[in-house]
Write a protein that binds this ligand. Structure first.
Ligand code: RIB
Length: 298
């Protein structure tokens, strides 16, 4: 096996703005501080996995602007294999992240080079996808490329961790390749048809009824629940003081993939992943907030 984990997904620079509270529409608000940090759901998940000691490759794209260096910085330091990462003329993916005093964030993403990660680009990387134990996918690159990556990994007998974030719909055939599908409550509702007011447990059961092998629903401070082989489970979140929740879900997914690559069950992997996510919310930013393998977890 060439890698434990391959991540096919987005790479962004995050322009992080700290504010006392989020602005209302039409309002101008003075913030307290700004930083430019490495982000993007795909890159975040790759860095989370690599910092925990997993051999990790990243398939995606950055642009030709100065933000590319920011976006790649933490991936390089964590030792992620970037040999399949394209550099496209034009802007790198850029996210404006506003973090309020209570740790809650709101994010606007301009895809930039992430939009160039096409079906053909994924197919060019098929050997790397087939050569990793676990393929990790999100929804910040074109969705047909996400579906193709899931097909290639699955056809090679590899495990697919599919994190449908940001919220969107995907063909049920793709969802059925996931083991697990990882979503939050809002993303689960969109997948099941907007407007559903099911409980998280009912949403997980309904997703499993679609023929998805395992389902994980993240609930933030309320923990996580899952369904695997007809059995449901739930785990509490660790209690920590939240500074910034940006990228906590990505830390969870990256750590989950590491546990699965090491042969753990989804529930076992989720237990460690909740601790990794709790570590990350105590610090500012996404990748910069993730633990290294020997850091003590909450
Ligand atoms: O999940 C957090 C991430 O979402 C940020 O790093 C930002 O880049 C957006 O992709």
């Amino acid at each position: 096996m060439d890698h434990d984990i391959v991540v096919v997904g987005s790479v962004n620079a995050d322009l992080l703005l700290e504010v006392v509270r989020h602005p209302h529409p039409g309002e101008t608000l003075l913030g307290t501080r700004s930083s430019v940090l490495a982000g993007g759901k795909g890159a975040n998940q790759a860095v989370a996995a690599a910092r925990l000691g997993a051999s990790t490759a990243m398939i995606g794209a950055v642009g030709s602007d100065p933000y590319a260096e920011v976006a790649l910085g933490e991936l390089r330091v964590a030792g992620v294999d970037l040999s399949q990462l394209a550099v496209e003329p034009g802007p790198t993916g850029l996210a404006v992240v506003t973090v309020a005093d209570d740790g809650e964030n709101s994010i606007v993403v301009i895809p930039g080079a992430n939009a160039s990660v096409s079906v053909q680009a994924v197919e060019r990387a098929s050997l790397v996808i087939a050569g990793a134990r676990v393929c990790v996918l999100q929804a910040e690159i074109p969705l047909d490329a996400v579906c193709r990556a899931a097909e290639l990994a699955s056809a090679a007998g590899r495990r697919v961790v599919l994190n449908v974030a940001p919220a969107c719909t995907l063909p049920v055939e793709t969802l059925r390749l996931a083991d697990p599908l990882v979503v939050n409550e809002h993303e689960a509702a969109i997948l099941l048809g907007a407007g559903t007011d099911d409980s998280p447990a009912r949403s997980a059961a309904r997703l499993a009824e679609l023929g998805i092998r395992s389902v994980v629903i993240t609930l933030g401070a309320a923990g996580v629940l899952g369904v695997e082989a007809g059995r449901s489970w739930s785990l509490p979140a660790r209690t920590v003081e939240a500074r910034d929740s940006t990228g906590a879900g990505d830390a969870f997914v990256g750590a989950l993939a590491v546990g699965l690559a090491r042969g753990n069950s989804v529930e076992e992997a989720a237990l460690t992943a909740t601790r990794v996510a709790a570590y990350s919310v105590q610090r500012l930013g996404a990748q910069a907030s993730y633990p290294w393998k020997d850091d003590p977890l909450p």
